[in-house]
Design a protein around this ligand. Sequence first.
Ligand code: NAD
Length: 454
Amino acid sequence: MKSGINRRQFMQKSLVGAAAAPLVGRSVAGDPGPVTQPVSANDRIQMGVIGVGARVQSGVMQAAMAQPGVEIVGVCDAYSGRVARAIERTNGRAKDYGDFRKLLADESIDAVIISTPDHWHKDQTIEALAAGKDVYLEKPMTLTIDEGPEMIAAAEKSDRILQIGSNGMSSKLQQTAREIVRSGKLGKITLIRATFDRNTESGAWLYPIPPDANQQTVDWEAFLGPAPERPFSLERFFRWRCYWDYSGGVSTDLFVHLMTTVHYVMDADMADMVMATGQNYLHKETHEVPDTLNAVLTYPKEGFTVSLSATFNNSSANESGFMILGTEGALVFQGRELIFRPENPVEGNAWIVASWPSALEKAYWADPEIQKREMPHTWASRMNDVGETWSEVGPDSTVIHMSRFIDSVRTRKPSIQDARRGHHATAVPHMVNESIKRKMPVYWDPEREVLKKA
Ligand SMILES: NC(=O)c1ccc[n+]([C@@H]2O[C@H](COP(=O)([O-])OP(=O)(O)OC[C@H]3O[C@@H](n4cnc5c(N)ncnc54)[C@H](O)[C@@H]3O)[C@@H](O)[C@H]2O)c1
């Protein structure tokens, strides 16, 4: 273990004034994050990756390697096939440390990506911070709500950077949405509707299991770690999201993305109340966690309500939908597009006044104010007012999110999704699960940053 100064800071200090050869910096079109400056040789960041599973190998490690001056030098995983593939992706440069504690003990490693199943997040993060590493931790930050304050305290005690990997908030579209909301263009926002709908086995996390997976290639004890003892199971190992021991299911895996967006775009801190239902209708054989969830959250300080909904049994809503509804307009996330739809309400009292005495009905329509609010010509102007659309441009949000982490590592500026923000985005999904289990509303305790005692 080490404390205080790390290898990179030591090199920066010892090379002050030295003419270090600059590496070519890469700036990215449309990148709303930090502008990438040329990087000097003394500013190299050596990264290790704990858990080189699907998420890391399909985007996170590529995002890290795309950052100037960043190299992945070490990996570890509980399934040997993934270790080999990850090393291949670094062109053989990364070393296999076997155990994550050995990787953390290597002082040449400045920062780590932690992308293990959720039951490992707290312990590995706290150990990594104590070992002097800056940490990029994949969402969701926690397995239980009570882990949050412990992780916040560990991050505050250390002088290390902890950034949670909810990359969506770094997308250009979410930044645009945040600016639009801040500008007041939507009027008073009172309702947000967000959904996550799927209808495939892969969408429900019933992933294929590699044919070479067995007790020789899979380290079952390393996987279990702090989780309860269980007999060896490839289903649990590769489809861990289906089990409460390792995951909070749909809520912590998917709603956490929606909640990160709500908090970021709306500049909101935390829900005060959550009321939810959850059922497992069609996945009883394979899932402990529910496949259909609905939740209502209230934000009294900010003055709006959020409605979350998800199912694994129908995908007509196009996987993920998001609507921010204000008195002057709506912002709709649809795929890689953000759409602003202005409100132009037309009153419709014709059928009411048709029951009045004819003279009164006639007088009603003669009023110019009424004509403005209710006459059919306003429909025409409404049709012309189709709003605006923005498309996602520039690099993938994971690349931008990683570039912001690397910027914090270099500058020591606080990360854009720190432990407290990560905790709040995950605490709401935990409250959803708790409300489902208790069959009653649950409340947030802002002092203790956990569930209010019943
Ligand atoms: N930001 C996103 O959009 C996004 C997308 C997918 C997954 N994720 C998150 O990434 C994380 C990983 O998810 P995944 O889909 O890659 O799962 P995965 O099962 O494919 O990968 C997890 C890896 O961790 C390894 N592991 C388990 N215990 C370990 C230990 N003690 N030491 C080292 N390695 C260990 C496993 O062997 C496995 O390879 C999760 O937290 C998930 O929520 C985020």
